[in-house]
Design a protein around this ligand. Sequence first.
Ligand code: ZN
Length: 535
Amino acid sequence: MQRSHNDYNGGQAKWMMNLPLARTMSGSKFNMDVDVKMMETMFRMIGEDGLYYIPVIGAPWHEAWDSGWAVKPGVEQHFDSWPNGRALQCLVTWYARDPGNEGLKKNIERMIHGFLTLANRQDGVGWLPAHFTNIDGSRTMPLSPQGVLQQSTVLPGVAHYYRLTKYPPAKELAELFVNYWLGPANFLKENGEWNLTPTLHFHGTTFAIGGLLDWALAVNDQALLSKVAKAYEFARAGGEPLMGWFPESLPALHPGTEPCGIGDMTVLASLLSEAGAGDYWEDVEHYTRNLLSEVQITDNWFLERMASDAGLSGETYEAKKPLETADNVADRMLGVFTGMSAADGQTQTVSSHCCTGNGFRGMYHAWSSIVSLQERTLRVNLLLNRASQWADVNSFLPYQGRVDVMMKQPLALQVRIPSWVKDIAQVECTVDGNKKVCSMNGRYLDVGALQAGQKVTVTFPMTDEIVRTQIKWWDQGKDEKTESYTLRVRGFNIVDLYPRRANVIHQFFGSGEYRQGEPRWVEVERFAPKNEKFW
Ligand SMILES: [Zn+2]
């Protein structure tokens, strides 16, 4: 395991942002003292002027392989717009979980003022310089279409802080960015299609679209919301949505997928659907059940093979301290969303932790929107397992077409029925074992009013089919190439794939567990948070 300049250059803040999200999903308090130390470090990195600086002198990454460009005589601090946006977003996420926290509030508002002071402005639009240090780099930067991607991290934190507090400087700053992105930077066409010039980094762009979505939700801008929905659909068409494969750039230049993009697409699909700006629930089912889950390392037996394929086997390779360690690396990789993978498995012998930040964000939004409460009606939007204060959901997919909902509060219930069910006569519903006749409300089965303690069981036919698909990319930007797969799909899950390539270090969709017709029961303690819809 190597440390590098990128641990600081955006990495740290984006992982930290996920801590309140992951703890809310899981209820885990494991190593919470580390969260505190990490936040103290972040506070120290925010200067008097409100900007987040990456230190050079004495920094742990000082001698790292990728730091040569950053370590020059006289350079003590770096400013980069990308990690600055990440830092603000992290502070605001923590604040959303703990509203009224003065330390967070002070630092958030200091950063917003710092950005307002630093922003280059022209005719109502604003943008930040991409990079400068204490001795070089210009704080003024010309207006450029590519500028959006250098600062796409900044808007979400500003938008969420405005949503939470209606703080006027947040509005002023957000409008500078939105006017720039949709005005002179022009990265989205009027109809929401991406303005490919000639290629756009996929995750950088989906992140910017996510920022616009956050802003549209903060100020209830319906026109912007529907533009974001079109931009999402354009992105989806550039990937393979059943697998959840999305390219590193659009158009794709290689067959790898960056989990940051899968995470972003999951966030967009969840939030747009929840806001009623489109019905992308089945996209969320596909992404989360397939590649978003597969790229997360939950089983580390194959890491030894990755290391030996890279010539870094523990027996022959000696770690160069302090920037490298061989201490307990495989276990420390558990939970990581590995940097770049192929559609059918991991082919790279290295795993960057880049995507852990965005993979978790995707999981949080999917988890959060499994159930949603509107007035006194609870909607089950995704047929995924979930405990909540309102009801617990036990999904039998992809083993069987069955979902159980255990009510914990007196509420009306609606359960989303998959699109492969064409006739309501195929759906059966029981309440405490007694058959109940229900009608459909759009794609939702309307179960009606229920009491706390009642158990609802909904059953419907399952599908088990063969699907042929292709990953498409343009080699060197011009020669069209394809990778063909035959998939076995049960419900929303890919449960097997052909061909199996010999150079794949760790195969996806290979466990076989989901090919069974009977669920595999495990006993777990579930956690239902009291405060969960804060982000
Ligand atoms: Zn990434």
